[in-house]
Ligand binder design. Structure first.
Ligand code: GLU
Length: 536
């Protein structure tokens, strides 16, 4: 409950002119969490009045992204509610009714000034007065009779707000920024309804917020300059103003406003890069709000019970991807194997498809540059048959998840994003083939004095033993037992095997990986490497 004891009603009001941006997602999270923490109502409203840039497709993308984030709305598209419809284009009658109300209250007037006249006035003011102070209120002086006659005669007109002469500064207490004051003289008699009868942005927002009983308007601070105008509209309509709370900007690590330049900016890109929605919600919640100034891992339960406007900061928030990756890893590690498979299916399927497309025995591939995938891809989404292969792999995962659950301990400790899975796990699916990382060949297999070929041959013999169970621990112990008699350190014994079977020096746990492969494939990989690297 708020001070006034009115149940909280908040809204998220995206314009479907693009996808759901990270900044918009944070605004949605704050509104949602505030509604949940106060037992209030979270309304979703689609502001689709810009006919050129709004599309149904974007609306669908936004709804999908909100659902993926787990931000359920109590009223809005698809769920309905008592204050609908929740698309502005379907609320035109409410804006017309609001205009009637303004006329009755003598709080708006028709303006017949043409665009040319207004442009000329602006140009003159800029030249002679050093700036344009807004509409000069020419039509405000018209008598009601004259205005009515000109309307009746079909003359084009807009409707402007009649800002009271003695209004004074427009002041309000922002829930985040504190007390804010805008001088009234910067507010001109703004247009509320255009010549074609459509409402302007500020007018529609106020009508909707008022009609939907919104108690708190929490939104990005790019809307701060709209707020005094909107307050004037509330006053003109004779409605109580809600509490406003403006959220500071999200900046990239370079201190500039977060944009495409910094990488992914919309929610679906984050989903596709293998971030978990729980982690993203946690991370975004902390871009400007804190629980206690130090807790970083905050569950939805805590967020939706503890969130409050009093702990939102007005400092700009820095989007730190390293922190997001760390946090995502924490959430990944909280999953158990079945949850991990369920969340990772599409990437495990990709690993299987990538792996199965490695052919022709042993290939040495160039070591990728810093930041590149550990292996160049064998096949890409554009290649023929890729999509079918991925669906087949997905079907297999769904049918028999048990095998895939065994992949979980191989990667779970060091996985920051789920889309790292294909590169990390494709080697499991290589069959008898190997892709050898060039640098690992030089540094491990061909290292002077390392006797890598001897190590490989000895390990191969152990792995070929019929009497040993094909289990990680048994195989590892038997290989380790080779070290002493051969006078070789375990690292020199195991690294060549790792490179020969997994392709590089940094693979997941070696023997646990080997256990998941077919013995004949493992032996074939070793034979292939021995032949191509040492006997060629
Ligand atoms: N539709 C506006 C936007 O997407 C939000 C309006 C508001 O929150 O008041 O930026």
């Amino acid at each position: 409950m708020t001070d006034t004891q009115k149940p909280v009603r908040v809204r998220f009001a995206p314009s479907p002119t693009g996808k759901l941006h990270i900044g918009g997602a944070r605004t949605a999270i704050y509104n949602w969490a505030f509604a949940r923490a106060t037992g209030g109502t979270f309304v979703l409203r689609i502001e689709d009045t810009d006919p050129e840039r709004s599309t149904d497709e974007n609306t669908q993308i936004i709804l999908r992204a909100l659902r993926w984030l787990g931000l359920d709305w109590d009223e809005g598209p698809e769920v309905g509610g008592a204050c609908g419809p929740y698309f502005q284009m379907q609320r035109m009658d409410t804006y017309a009714a609001a205009l009637e109300r303004l006329k009755e209250r003598d709080a708006a007037y028709p303006c017949f000034c043409t665009k040319e006249e207004l442009d000329a006035k602006r140009a003159k003011a800029e030249k002679e007065e050093g700036g344009y102070a807004g509409y000069d209120r020419t039509c405000r002086c018209l008598s009601h009779e004259e205005a009515a006659a000109r309307i009746a005669a079909g003359e084009d007109h807009v409707w402007r707000i009649k800002v009271p002469e003695d209004r004074g500064a427009i002041e309000f207490d922002d829930a985040v920024y504190g007390h804010i004051s805008f001088p009234a003289d910067v507010m001109d008699d703004m247009i509320l309804v255009r010549t074609d009868g459509s409402p302007t942005y500020n007018f529609a927002v106020v009508c909707d917020d008022a009609n939907m009983g919104i108690t708190h308007v929490i939104r990005g601070d790019d809307h701060l300059s709209n707020t005094p105008r909107q307050i004037l509209i509330y006053e003109a309509l004779g409605y109580e103003t809600p509490t406003f709370g403006h959220l500071s900007m999200i900046l990239g690590p370079d201190g500039k406003k977060l944009s495409k330049r910094h990488g992914a900016t919309n929610v679906e890109e984050y989903r596709d890069r293998g971030y978990l929605s729980d982690a993203l919600v946690n991370f975004l919640a902390l871009l400007g709000w804190s629980l206690d100034g130090e807790t970083t891992i905050i569950s939805r339960e805590v967020l939706t019970s503890q969130f409050g406007l009093d702990r939102i900061t007005k400092k700009d928030a820095i989007f730190d991807e390293t922190k997001l990756n760390w946090m995502n890893g924490v959430y990944i590690r909280e999953m158990d194997a079945p949850e991990w498979v369920a969340a990772s299916k599409r990437w495990i399927a990709e690993a299987a498809v990538q792996g199965a497309n490695v052919a022709d025995g042993v290939n040495v591939v160039p070591t990728p540059e810093q930041g590149e995938d550990p292996l160049p891809l064998a096949i890409t989404a554009e290649d023929e048959g890729y999509a079918e292969a991925v669906s087949a792999a997905l079907a297999d995962i769904e049918e028999d998840p048990a095998f895939y659950e065994k992949l979980y301990p191989l990667v779970i400790e060091r996985l920051a994003r789920l889309d790292d899975i294909p590169a990390k796990l494709e080697f499991i699916f290589w069959g008898a083939n190997v892709r050898l990382d060039e640098k690992s060949v030089k540094k491990v297999l061909l290292k002077e004095g390392a006797r890598a070929d001897e190590a490989l041959r000895a390990c191969r013999e152990v792995l070929a033993r019929e009497d040993l169970p094909w289990e990680a621990e048994a195989l590892q112990e038997a290989c380790r037992a080779l070290c002493e008699p051969m006078d070789m350190k375990p690292k020199l014994m195991f690294q060549p095997l790792r490179v020969a079977v997994c392709g590089n020096m940094v693979s997941p746990p070696l023997f646990e990986s080997i256990e998941l492969m077919e013995p004949e494939d493992v032996l074939a990989r070793i034979d292939g490497v021995l032949a191509s690297v040492f006997e060629a």
